[in-house]
Design a protein around this ligand. Structure first.
Ligand SMILES: NC(=O)c1ccc[n+]([C@@H]2O[C@H](COP(=O)([O-])OP(=O)(O)OC[C@H]3O[C@@H](n4cnc5c(N)ncnc54)[C@H](O)[C@@H]3O)[C@@H](O)[C@H]2O)c1
Ligand SMILES: [Zn+2]
Ligand SMILES: [Zn+2]
Length: 368
């Protein structure tokens, strides 16, 4: 059955997002129609509206949502109406060598469903009847979304859906970068550049992993206050060069540094800051033309590593329930992550607040 839904759309680059009425077709084979309860506003959504992540508009935004399945398509056995689900924005073919090795974020077909469903088609049309693209195979900043079941993970219905939504990006990206990509060891020292929705989750992941020193760096004092709440042991207001301060604080540089902003120069700073044998992880997504330069000699002589982390190197069906288990067990803070809830009509304000750094995370909550 086709449903009408309000959706947050990027109509034109570098213009505020708009709320439009769209139509959402029911699910075909291997798909499910989800009534979205909540969707987080991630910096990557903002990046899709300003060309940092280059995708052609119009585009239904949203890739960090949770909701309830209302209809399933032919051949779907793992989900049924009433199930609670969280969206996952990675495409996984299930057959390539990376999918086979349990690393779906590196799926060789990853570029396939950037703005459509995996089969290249869309279930969404705008008010004039034209098909309208969806961000990252999701487009879940809308009252309803029909997406592929590989982009959905069933969750424990006891978890409130607005909090569960955050596992669809910020939490899994941040905590996963610590657990899966870097494998931070107990007692290690960690620096985190950028304390937004993603960086705060790197901080709490490092806390849960038992890191000794966790140093948070941000340009805004309010973010540093939040960082302390999430487990930072030390904070630094970003100065021109925080490397010296970090070396001093950690006795030669942290074992791990995470760049959670999306800036090549900052990635280089993160790399410079780490001590011998250290690991710098780039989590932020920079503009396509951006680059990072490191002193080549430090690679052999100091055995330092510069790497990246995409969606916390996660396996959604393994890591989403794991993150929610940490929340239910009282270790992972999700309640504190939501600074403000917005009605869908307030979406332009939610994006403006993200851009001005007002929120840990802003979440769009859809009416029952
Ligand atoms: N790798 C992935 O899979 C993945 C997933 C989600 C988001 N991201 C990317 O991660 C980045 C962060 O996303 P977010 O949603 O947390 O964004 P956010 O806007 O909530 O947070 C960014 C933070 O960085 C701070 N900041 C800006 N410039 C800084 C600087 N020079 N030094 C220190 N701090 C600075 C801001 O004050 C803010 O607190 C974005 O680039 C986003 O696209 C990557
Ligand atoms: Zn995101
Ligand atoms: Zn694959």
């Amino acid at each position: 059955m086709t449903r009408k839904a309000k959706a947050v759309v990027c109509r034109e680059l570098n213009k505020p997002v708009v709320v439009e009425e769209i139509s959402v077709e029911g699910p075909r084979r291997g798909e499910a129609l989800v009534k979205i309860a909540a969707c987080g506003v991630c910096h990557s959504d903002l990046s899709a509206t300003n060309g940092t992540i280059p995708l052609p508009p119009p585009l239904i935004l949203g890739h960090e949502a949770a909701g309830e399945v209302v209809e399933v398509g032919e051949g779907v056995t793992g989900l049924k109406p009433g199930d609670h689900v969280v969206s996952s924005f990675i495409y996984m073919c299930g057959e390539c060598r990376f999918c086979a090795a349990g690393r779906p974020v590196l799926c060789l077909e990853q570029g396939k469903a950037l703005t459509t469903l995996p089969d290249g088609t869309l279930r969404t049309k705008d008010a004039s009847g034209k098909p309208i693209s969806i961000f990252s195979g999701c487009g879940v900043m809308a009252e309803y979304a029909t997406i592929h079941v590989d982009n959905l993970v069933k969750i424990d219905p006891k978890v409130p859906l607005d909090r569960a939504a955050l596992v669809g990006c910020a939490v899994t990206t941040g905590v996963g970068a610590v657990f899966n990509t870097a494998k931070v060891k107990p007692g290690a020292s960690v620096a985190v550049f950028g304390c937004g929705g993603v960086g705060l989750n790197v901080i709490q992941g490092a806390r849960i992993a038992g890191a000794g020193r966790i140093v948070a760096i941000d340009t805004m004092q309010a973010k540093l206050d939040l960082a302390k709440q999430f487990g930072a042991t030390d904070v630094l207001l970003a100065s021109e060069d925080p490397v010296k301060a970090l070396k001093k604080l950690t006795g030669g540089g942290p074992d791990y540094a995470f760049e959670c902003v999306g800036n090549g120069e900052l990635a280089a700073t993160a790399y410079r800051s780490i001590g011998r044998g250290g690991l710098a992880v780039v989590v932020g997504v920079a503009k396509p033309g951006d680059s990072t330069a490191v002193r080549t000699m430090t690679l052999p002589f100091e055995e330092k590593t510069l790497t990246g982390s995409y969606f916390g190197s996660c396996v959604p069906r393994v890591d989403f329930p794991r993150m929610l288990g940490l929340y239910m067990g009282g270790q992972l803070k999700l309640d504190e992550l939501i600074t403000r809830r917005y009605a869908i009509e307030e979406a332009p304000a939610a994006f403006a607040d993200l851009e001005s750094g007002k929120n840990a995370r802003g979440v769009i909550v859809f009416k029952g």
